[in-house]
Design a protein around this ligand. Structure first.
Ligand SMILES: Cc1cc2nc3c(=O)[nH]c(=O)nc-3n(C[C@H](O)[C@H](O)[C@H](O)COP(=O)(O)O)c2cc1C
Length: 158
């Protein structure tokens, strides 16, 4: 059985990263807090994705929590590779500069975590990046985006 059938719905975030003169954004549903003190967060990125190489190189990334209304933009970021295209332009998402790490952030996000990787673990076909949260901010309490499977999403009640 496909694991996703059991573990979904999961909140989908957009992970933004910068390295080698490139800014990129990808959709990511496999993420979790792993420590309160110090505040730590983990994300799992398939080793073949463009973003994986960027995070390996820069050791920093931003987790952007997105509103339900951003589903079409999130699908673009989750279906196309940024290797040869600018997904910010393609999805209509606006970039802003993160404060604590050298990476882009997404203006339309409801909140974000700015993270610096302290360890990476090769786990099967994905790399788990364990990172310290250098800045966490909730900008507004909109309805969040949760992935059901395929192109389908659901949301929170408030
Ligand atoms: C809803 C959704 C959730 C996703 N979750 C993950 C994830 O947790 N980890 C991952 O490696 N890829 C995930 N993906 C796939 C990547 O976002 C996708 O392959 C993307 O095109 C990679 O972009 P890049 O090549 O620019 O890095 C997800 C895609 C979607 C649509």
């Amino acid at each position: 059985m496909e694991i996703s059938t059991l573990v979904n719905p999961r909140q989908v975030i957009l992970l933004t990263a910068r390295a080698k003169g490139r800014d990129n954004v990808m959709a990511l549903a496999w993420h979790t807090p792993v420590s309160y003190d110090p505040p730590m967060y983990a994300v799992a990125i398939y080793r073949g994705w463009f973003t994986c190489g960027l995070v390996r190189a820069s050791k920093v990334f931003v987790v952007n929590f997105m509103p339900k209304s951003s589903a079409p933009a999130v699908l673009i970021c989750g279906r196309k590779s940024g290797k040869k295209m600018d997904k910010f332009a393609a999805s209509g998402l606006d970039k802003e500069e993160a404060e604590k790490v050298k990476a882009p952030r997404i203006k339309q996000a409801l909140g974000y975590l700015e993270c610096r990787t302290v360890r990476s673990v090769n786990v099967g076909d994905h790399v788990v990046f364990i990172a310290k949260v250098l800045k966490a901010r909730l900008k507004s309490k909109g309805k969040r985006l949760f992935h059901l499977g395929g192109d389908r999403f659901t949301t929170t009640t408030r």
